[in-house]
Write a protein that binds this ligand. Structure first.
Ligand code: OAD
Length: 249
């Protein structure tokens, strides 16, 4: 474990020689776009923390409150665009035959930046799902109606298509993230506080299978002790110059 403010030469060599690359991103990669992170002051909404709102119990107790929190977040995301960190990851993908981008973010910015097939572990804020029949629909309305609308097919209540605390991830998503993390020889973990499972365990899984782990964050996290290199800086400033240093194969 070592911390740096830019990529040391030996890490550039590891990155250049990697064959199988996996990247896990969190809210920090979208922070420079203006999307608030979850933990920290700006993550609060009307004095509620994300952990109090992003649960099935919160939605059952007060669907309007949870729905309106997501509407607020959608309104914020709608005003933002992907930043140079997102674009650099889309460019990085082009350099490898085996590359998987895993994100905990629900804002859809990786796709907008050109990443081809990001695994959106926690869902996508621009989709709704019917509580009754499970029907998933894209919905880009901002603002949303203040009360969760009914499913057009069955009349059930619509909820955001997000994985909430206490809910299981989709089996196919889980097997994809576990497979890619365990076969990676290089694993980047970018802009996440590393406290929400199972995402937080992926870097350790990669490491146990022999990968070099590189973390990019503003500050040390619980994952820093297992990372081979931690680059302390903004993803949108650290990633673009890195891409220029990796020779095309
Ligand atoms: P957090 O808000 O917990 O952490 C954001 C991390 O990004 C922190 O470690 C910051 O230091 C770092 N950071 C901020 N700006 C950065 C920048 N410009 N460059 C690099 N790093 C930066 O967000 P997550 O770890 O993504 O789940 O949170 C994980 C999950 O908890 C979320 O997906 C969400 C939340 O509750 C659900 O909604 C299910």
């Amino acid at each position: 474990m070592a911390t740096f403010t830019q990529f040391p030469a030996e890490s550039i060599e590891v990155i250049s020689n990697a064959k199988s690359v996996a990247v896990l991103t969190g809210a920090g990669i979208s922070a420079e776009s203006g999307v608030p992170t979850f933990r920290g002051e700006e993550g609060l909404w009307k004095n509620h923390r994300a952990e109090e709102l992003a649960t099935p119990e919160a939605f059952a107790r007060n669907p309007e409150l949870v729905w309106q929190w997501y509407d607020w977040r959608r309104g914020l995301v709608a005003k933002t665009r992907p930043n140079p960190g997102h674009t650099a990851l889309a460019d990085l993908e082009k350099l490898y035959d085996d590359f998987t981008l895993i994100t905990q973010n629900v804002d859809g910015h990786h796709r907008l930046a050109g990443s081809l097939d990001p695994v959106e572990m926690h869902g996508n804020i621009w989709y709704t799902r019917c509580l009754t029949d499970g029907d998933i629909r894209e919905n880009r309305d901002t603002p949303l109606p203040e009360i969760p609308p009914e499913c057009g097919k069955c009349g059930g209540l619509l909820r955001p298509h997000i994985v909430w605390f206490g809910e299981s991830l989709d089996e196919s998503v889980l097997s994809r993230v576990f497979n890619t993390s365990s076969r990676a020889d290089l694993f980047f973990v970018i802009g996440t506080s590393g406290v929400v499972q199972p995402a937080a365990s992926l870097a350790g899984m990669a490491k146990n299978n022999g990968a070099t782990v590189i973390e990019i964050n503003l500050e040390p996290t619980p994952l820093t002790s297992l990372a081979d290199y931690t680059i302390l800086g903004k993803a949108g400033e650290v990633l673009p110059p890195l891409i220029e240093q990796i020779p095309e194969k």
